[in-house]
Design a binder for this molecule. Structure first.
Ligand code: THU
Length: 165
C-alpha cells in the first residue's frame, strides 16, 4: 500500500544578535572570530565553527583548503575533530557556524554541507545527545535543535543494526 509521508521541522530565527541567549551569542562570536584563521586561498570563503562542550568549554575550527580540492576540510569538521581528539567524553551540545567573505561576515547564515551534516549526525549518535546548530549571519540567525532536522532519514549506527538482522 502506498502512503505519502511528510517530514517537517521547526527552527528559530532571530534578526539581531542581542536576541540570542548569552551563551549562544558567546559561541557564535567564537565562530565569527575563528573564521579569520581560515586558510581559504581558493574559494576566499572563510568559515568558522565553534563547539560548546557539556563542560562549558568552547572548541573552534576553521576551514583549511588544499590545492587538491577534496583534501580540504570544512570548519565544522575541523572543530568537531578538535573537540573529539582533545576532550573525549566531553559531549558537544551546540555548534555555531559563521562565514566571512568579501571583507565582511555574511548577512545570511550559511548551512553545513552534506558531509558535515553526516559528521554532526555521528557525534549526536555516539553521544546520545542533540547538538543545537546555530547558523549565524549578520542579519539573520537560525537555531536548529538537532542535525536530524537537517539530515532526516539519516544513515547512522542504527541503520547497520537493521541491516544485520
Ligand atoms: N565550507 C565550510 O567550511 N563550511 C560550510 O558549512 C560550507 C563550506 C568551506 C569549504 C570550502 O573551504 C569553502 O567553505 C567553500 O566551499
Amino acid at each position: 500500500m502506498k502512503t505519502d509521508k511528510n517530514i517537517s521541522f521547526t527552527y528559530k530565527e532571530f534578526d539581531k544578535d542581542e536576541e540570542l541567549d548569552p551563551s549562544d551569542l558567546e559561541l557564535l562570536s567564537s565562530a565569527r572570530k575563528v573564521a579569520s584563521n581560515a586558510y581559504a586561498p581558493y574559494s576566499k570563503f572563510m568559515v568558522g565553527a565553534a563547539v560548546r562542550l557539556e563542560s562549558g568549554k568552547i572548541i573552534t575550527g576553521a576551514n583549511v583548503e588544499n590545492v587538491a580540492f577534496p583534501s580540504g576540510i570544512c570548519a565544522e569538521r575541523a572543530a568537531l575533530s578538535n573537540a573529539s581528539s582533545n576532550y573525549p567524553g566531553d559531549r558537544p551540545i551546540a555548534l555555531a557556524i559563521a562565514a566571512y567573505t568579501e571583507k565582511e561576515h555574511s548577512g545570511e547564515p550559511i548551512s553545513p554541507c552534506g558531509s558535515c551534516r553526516q559528521v554532526i549526525a555521528e557525534e549526536e549518535y555516539r553521544n546520545g545527545k542533540n547538538i543545537r546548530i546555530i547558523l549565524g549571519g549578520k542579519n539573520k540567525i537560525r537555531i536548529i535543535e538537532s542535525v536530524r532536522d537537517l539530515l532526516p532519514l539519516q544513515f547512522n549506527g542504527d541503520s547497520l543494526k537493521v541491516n544485520l538482522r
